[in-house]
Design a binder for this molecule. Sequence first.
Ligand SMILES: [Zn+2]
Length: 360
Amino acid sequence: MDISAPPSKRARKSPQLDEDITGIRAILSDEFDEDIALIKAHSCQLETKQQLQAVIQELSQKLPHFQHLKRVQDRSVLICPSSEIGVTESLEQHLEQFAFSEHVLRALCQGVRVVEVPERMPRLRVQYEKTLKHWPCKFHPNHYSESLRNGSNFSSAQRAFHKRMGQLLVRLSQDVNANRPVGICVDPRLSSIVSIAGTGEVCKPHEHCCMMLVDFVARSQEGGATQTEVVFTEDSKEETTLRGIPKAYYDYLMSNADYKNLTFGAEKSRECKEVNVVQGADNLAKFGPYLCTGYDVYLLQEPCLMCSMALVHSRAKRVFFVKNSDNGALATRFQLHSVRELNHHYEVFQFTTEENEDLT
Ligand SMILES: [Zn+2]
């Protein structure tokens, strides 16, 4: 027995991962997370402020660089990235080809020095503040991005619900699915569980938990393609359907007092003529269930590329996961959700636990 580890470290290895889920963090693309790279630029120092107008006017026409930066700081003016100037040429030789008027050219060649400036515009205030010590840049704060970063995008009730789903994943995996991965799909309008799926003991190569989940959601819409031995829950209500929830999970949850107040069931597919025209409503409210449109997906394991793409194709609204996967495509290997070229984008969140707290 290893007695060198302090009790708190050993306790962490206990199966109580559900209690370790302490928070939720948004996985934003690198352009939000990384410090902004610096590039070298040539600058000059004007003798008087009166020179400023003529210099800036010609510079912005002939060398329209640095759209994301303020071109002037006190009397220092940014001329061009240093990389534009040839190894064997001087600044003056470089500028000659742009036919500046003589007095501007003279001004540009005074007090020349190389400075470091941010390569691009910051996306978050924290990045903006770091850039300020180098050179003033432009910044258009985005309230929603800031709220994702600082966690204020969720109300405390929403946050509690998401955390509960994260904890539920761990419980279901341990108690019902022999510690194999589990996923839950929720209709956030009703805080209702639409579908649950887990990786089977024996499964075909494509039958990952997330693929099964998407397929079981399709079952709730009278679709679904996978041949499975799984027994699904019978419907008991008119308005919603339990057909996407395997009976083993449903029975476990119904028999456990901790889960008495959970809501189950998906809105049933609507006939085409039943389209609800509500001003400003999203597609789920307007057209009813279609694949995972408007739905939240909770996964014990970060999904692989195939599964992450399946969530794109099925139009999931948000994806939450607990544990990183070696082949994970949302945080570990890629950030699939930040690929602009895709025709659908979901938001991604990871539950923070004692083990990955340093990520926050
Ligand atoms: Zn997968």
